[in-house]
Design a protein around this ligand. Sequence first.
Ligand code: 5AD
Length: 353
Amino acid sequence: MKEKLKDGLLGMEREEMPGKETLKALISVKDEEISGALMAMADEKRRKHYGKKVYLRGLIEFSNFCIRNCKYCGIRGKNTNADRYRLSKDEIIECCKRGYEAGYRTFVLQSGEDRYYDDQIMVVIIEAIKTNFPDAAVTLSIGEKSEESYRAYYEAGADRYLLRHETASPELYDEVHEGMHLESRLECLDRLKKIGYQIGAGFMVGLPGQTDDDLAEDLLLLTKMQPHMIGIGPFIPHSDTPFRHFTKGDLDKTVKMLALARLMVPKALIPATTALGTADSHGRELGLMAGANVLMPNLSPTEVRGKYVLYDNKLCTGEESASEKESIRKRIESAGYELDMSRGDHIEWRKKQ
Ligand code: 5AD
């Protein structure tokens, strides 16, 4: 059995993509030697394409209102305990200004699906950021929209869009996302890519009901889609959601999935996520050592930081905050990498004019 898996690893080293059965076996086996070999191979791959660089993105969580009811998420519309807030355009610009002065050249605008920010308002916000900070990239992470909306944001200057597919299993997807369908999600990603955005897909590890077969499908979907960015983190329960009694996703398995994602989509930009850092105090370093090359510190105003709670105990003070750049730098260097404050675009992307 193990010999067969080692053959699979050797194949991957030669850039032969493993089939589903090999992937499933690699995902389910609990073996330090195999996990270590996967991490080392992933690290070599990231160094080949991106060197030791770790790019920083300033994350601005500008609204936690949401019309969706994802069963895992703390800001789901039906959670009446969530303390809701919205940032104005001026408040968002103020966050960017602080970030820009600290050297940030990517701003990620993330929110729940909040209809308050219609296309016109979003366009004004994006244009204001681009006018004030023309050399910074704007990434949006605001959910499912029409082609027309995606186009309007792109024309206003948005460069990238994060929309995790969450899980590649259509049954599991429909089960955990009340009233939503995987097909529409994938259509959105397709639209975004066609318009010209750098797109980010990704999934959670350890969702209630998720199998290793599903995780193998997540990797195969990524290989097919070839997203520019891939976000992977462990599921972590939130006490005001239907999934409050489930256990969090396994750290080692999440790290292994990161390594496999790096091997399957070698040139992707992959963050060591906040969820990984929340699951374990060394989670993000492990992520970096398994092929991740992006960190997304929080640039939101301190007063609202504790309110964007997707899962329990989400890190929201200290080192993941963008103002703590020196401690972020130390963390990156202690893992053997170097901080890079440039825009950090995908190596094969140019904006369509
Ligand atoms: N645990 C882990 N990740 C979560 N997300 C939302 N809720 C949780 C949770 N309970 C992730 C989703 C979403 C991203 C912004 O945060 O994958 O796409």
